[in-house]
Every structure is written in C-alpha cells, then in structure tokens.
Write a protein that binds this ligand. Structure first.
Ligand SMILES: Nc1ncnc2c1ncn2[C@@H]1O[C@H](COP(=O)(O)OP(=O)(O)OP(=O)(O)O)[C@@H](O)[C@H]1O
Ligand SMILES: [Mg+2]
Length: 198
C-alpha cells in the first residue's frame, strides 16, 4: 500500500482500509466486499492484503473468480470436485478477485457458478474470512452468476459478516493512460462510459 495514492481516491475511507491491514478481521472471521468501477484500486488493495497475510504467515489463497470457478469445473470433470472445494475452504483468508469479469456459465446441465460460490461461501461463513472484489452492482450478481436465488444467498451471508468498502471514484488506469498519451502526443483511448455506449 506504500504505492497507493490516497489523494487520487479522496472518497475512499482511508481509516477503514488501513484498519484492514491489522488483519484483526481474520481473527473475527469477518468477510470483506470491495465494490467499485474498473481501475479504482480494488484488486490493488486486496493484493496488498494478501501479501500482508503472507508476511504474517497466515494461510491465504488468492484467485480471480473465473479461475476459482474454472478450478472447480475441472474438479467436476475429473472427480476431484470435493477435494478441490475443501482446499478452497481451508485458508484463514480467501481472496476472490474480480467477481463480474469473465465468462462463468457453461452448459445448462452443469452445476452453476452460483452453486459453487454459494457452497464455498456457506462452508466458510463464520469459520474463515473471505474477501471479494467486484465491479458489478450487487443487483447484477444473479445474472452474472447464473442463478438469482443462489446469488441472493451468497450476498445474504456476506451482508451478515462483511466489511463493505465502495471505491466510488475515478479509474487510475485511465489516469495513467491519459498521462502516457500526453507524453507521446497521442489522443487518449475512450473512457469506460464511451466504450459501453458505443
Ligand atoms: N490510488 C491508487 N494509487 C496508485 N495506484 C493505483 C491506485 N488505484 C489503482 N492503482 C493501480 O492502477 C491499476 C488498476 O488498479 P486495480 O487493478 O486495483 O483496479 P480494479 O479496481 O481492480 O479494476 P477492475 O475492476 O478492472 O479489476 C493497478 O496497477 C493499480 O496498482
Ligand atoms: Mg480488479
């Protein structure tokens, strides 16, 4: 976090984020949910938290949501689903980054990503901490995970035990891109909003 520019993200609750780095939420088996638009520093914060946990020799596992779900899908294919699920359940801190980025749903007959995440969150709930980041509004999780009821059950568990951080501010990537474009005398790439509308 030494490289994190707090002034760039003035609406971010610095005291709350710094408190996370005491790692006391892990002792309390609390969860973390970091939401916000692309490039606002969500992954940066949780990667720094992962590193801090390693330094304290706390058992931690970090994965992007799509990779975690892919790992469990592979377990369905080769009969190791339960063993893989237990491995995701074990760490004192599990970081699931980028919920909302990448394609999750596969074939209709397979267990959905929502089912896997629900099982994982349910088993970890109040036993161990799970930290998630997402650039989706919570109301969009059902569509993304492929099952509104199960997504609701995941969010219900998180609502009970999670520390919520919303990074409501500009994209640091866009800031870097604009600066780079200026340095090279090039026009900047279109902003998120313009891409979405195109
Ligand atoms: N406030 C900041 N100070 C310094 N660097 C930052 C800051 N915010 C973000 N960054 C850097 O900008 C890049 C994008 O940030 P990050 O990957 O954390 O975004 P994100 O919110 O996870 O976006 P996405 O939703 O696309 O995954 C990273 O290289 C990160 O280190
Ligand atoms: Mg991210």
């Amino acid at each position: 976090m030494a490289e994190f520019d707090w002034a760039f993200q003035p609406k971010l609750d610095r005291r709350m984020v710094e408190e996370l780095f005491t790692l006391s939420f892990i002792d309390r088996q609390e969860d973390i949910l970091v939401t916000g638009k692309a490039g606002t520093g969500k992954s940066h914060i949780l990667q720094a938290l992962t590193l801090k946990s390693c330094e304290r020799e706390i058992m931690v596992r970090y994965a992007r949501c799509v990779d975690l779900v892919d790992d469990l899908y592979a377990g369905l294919a080769d009969g190791t689903y339960e063993r893989r699920m237990r491995r995701w359940c074990r760490p004192a801190l599990l970081v699931i980054d980028d919920v909302g980025l990448g394609q999750l749903k596969r074939r209709e007959e397979e267990a959905t990503a929502a089912h896997m995440l629900y099982t994982l969150l349910d088993r970890r709930h109040t036993n161990a901490s799970t930290a998630l980041t997402s650039n989706l509004k919570l109301s969009a999780w059902g569509k993304y995970l492929g099952d509104a009821t199960l997504a609701g059950a995941v969010l219900d568990r998180l609502a009970a035990t999670s520390i919520r951080i919303d990074v409501d501010g500009p994209s640091y990537r866009q800031f870097l891109g604009r600066r780079r474009a200026e340095e090279h005398g090039q026009p900047p790439l279109p902003a998120d909003q313009e891409v979405a509308e195109a």
